[in-house]
Design a protein around this ligand. Structure first.
Ligand SMILES: CC(C)(COP(=O)(O)OP(=O)(O)OC[C@H]1O[C@@H](n2cnc3c(N)ncnc32)[C@H](O)[C@@H]1OP(=O)(O)O)[C@@H](O)C(=O)NCCC(=O)NCCS
Length: 192
């Protein structure tokens, strides 16, 4: 694939990362509200390393976790997009959809809006047979986004995240799946 496309929604631009995204990304990753369910808070160097891995993923696979710009509001609010998890579990290999936004932009529907666009791109342009999403059981905000974009959870898919040690409070995870564009919410389904 050539340079991966940017995705536009009513309010968002999902784009490749810019050098100036690094500082606000480091601030977001140091915010205890943002990392409450992520098992780690990232020091600036680790935040930069994560941005490097995201860029490398775009180069390798032609898609990734897009930087989120909210025109007129902020040049960088976080990321939303698609990624191939590096760990092994009963549902891997797979393509996952994920999101992380700065707390001052929560609860305005941005994650749901961007995730719709990323999901549509994955199921139609990339022709993924299925896209999954997962999070620790207590992360109700993220689970709500999964539900709002039409993903379905089966309790039989719950799993212990292999990167977290036994007894870690965030270890138990829920898995949501969405198979094929026919399962997108009606408004987002590609027109014949
Ligand atoms: C998860 C996250 C991306 C959601 O972003 P967002 O733009 O606020 O999401 P939306 O506004 O589209 O939807 C949030 C939903 O959660 C609901 N919600 C928010 N706080 C909640 C709470 N404490 N309990 C239950 N639901 C809650 C909102 O009401 C909304 O649902 P609704 O539209 O039915 O009212 C954001 O909270 C975030 O970045 N969290 C930290 C990083 C993270 O956990 N990433 C996911 C890792 S798997």
């Amino acid at each position: 694939m050539n340079r991966p496309p940017e995705l536009h929604t009513d309010r968002l631009l999902l784009r490749r990362w810019l050098p100036e995204d690094r500082a606000p990304f480091a601030r977001l990753n140091a915010d205890p509200r943002v990392v409450e369910f992520l098992a780690v808070s990232l020091a600036p160097a680790e935040s930069d390393a994560l941005a490097d891995r995201i860029e490398a993923h775009f180069e390798r696979h032609g898609f990734g976790l897009w930087a989120v710009e909210i025109p007129g509001i902020t040049p960088f609010a976080g990321f939303i997009g698609l990624a191939i998890p590096r760990f092994e579990a009963h549902f891997t290999p797979c393509v996952e959809i994920g999101w992380r936004l700065a707390a001052e932009h929560w609860n305005r529907g941005y994650a749901t809006e961007g995730a719709h666009a990323a999901l549509h791109f994955g199921l139609t342009t990339l022709r993924c047979a299925e896209i999954v999403s997962f999070t620790t059981v207590a992360n109700v905000r993220s689970r709500r986004v999964m539900e709002k974009i039409g993903m379905m959870r089966s309790p039989a898919d719950d799993f212990d995240h292999p990167a977290l040690p036994e007894g870690h409070p965030l270890r138990r995870h829920v898995l949501y799946r969405l198979k094929g564009p026919e399962h997108l919410p009606a408004a987002r389904r590609p027109q014949p």
